[in-house]
Design a protein around this ligand. Structure first.
Ligand code: NI
Length: 252
């Protein structure tokens, strides 16, 4: 049984056929998933999808590339959904210095407001971090909360630092890419106790389906690659990553 910790069934590309994707996931033993928001509309849709489907949960938040005009009032509106039992995290939130549409200060301000929100409701955070590892680390260290580095693309050493703060590392499609050395190193060297798996669909389709639309059923290929790199049975990877996901999201 698999747990895809990061899907965007709320995205334009997947929403229309979301029932078919959920069915295909179940046919491939992908029983659980978390639908992740990145702005108000996608967060509301994530809540809706979670409330309509068993074993589907959601995270709500404003992503670093989608917060240019986000205000405290928007965060207040988001807060109205925080008591919903299917909202298991605040996310995706974080810092992304690869794109420069939103300034660093604005990203940090909105990230902080949402860390505060997560703390208030005692929910973990799902972090999007790209080309901003040191600043992200500093903010997490200052805040002392818990959560997930989603689609982790940093080094082994950086992963260990996040883990020492109480965070988990989630691996996505890039771990299956033939020339992706760093994610493979992370899969190999980081203990399974701290690892999660995700598709981040519709993006980052794993090998051998690169170029096609990604969907939750493909999370099996992430588990398969981790099992290969760790030289263990895929069933162990499936069991442990599902256990880890339920633990961090507080799912019984
Ligand atoms: Ni995402």
């Amino acid at each position: 049984m698999y747990f895809d910790t990061h899907v965007h069934l709320n995205s334009e590309q997947l929403y229309e056929n979301h029932q078919a994707f959920i069915e295909n996931a179940h046919n491939n033993q992908v029983e659980y998933m978390v639908v992740v928001g990145y702005d108000l509309a996608s967060s509301k849709l994530a809540v809706e999808l979670a409330n309509q489907n068993p074993n589907i949960y959601c995270a709500i938040g404003f992503g670093p590339n989608d917060c240019l005009n986000t205000t405290q009032q928007d965060i207040n509106e988001l807060e109205q959904y925080m008591s919903d039992p299917n909202v298991v995290a605040v996310g995706e939130i974080g810092l992304d210095y690869y794109w420069d549409e939103v300034g660093k200060e604005k990203q940090q301000e909105i990230f902080q407001l949402q860390i505060d929100l997560a703390k208030k409701y005692d929910k973990p955070i799902v972090i999007h971090c790209r080309d901003a590892f040191e600043d992200t680390y500093q903010m997490l260290e200052r805040n002392g909360h818990r959560g997930i580095l989603h689609c982790y693309s940093g080094s082994v050493e950086m992963a260990k630092r996040f883990i020492s703060l109480g965070y988990m590392i989630s691996l996505a499609g890039p771990v299956t890419f033939k020339n992706a050395k760093v994610p493979k190193d992370v899969a190999e060297q980081i203990d399974l106790n701290s690892l999660l798996i995700e598709t981040d669909c519709p993006y980052l389709t794993p090998h051998p389906f690169r170029g096609k639309l990604n969907e939750p059923a493909n999370v099996v290929y992430i588990a398969q690659e981790i099992a290969k790199l760790k030289n263990m049975e895929i069933e162990n990877v499936a069991r442990m990553t599902t256990f880890n996901a339920k633990k961090i999201f507080g799912i019984k």
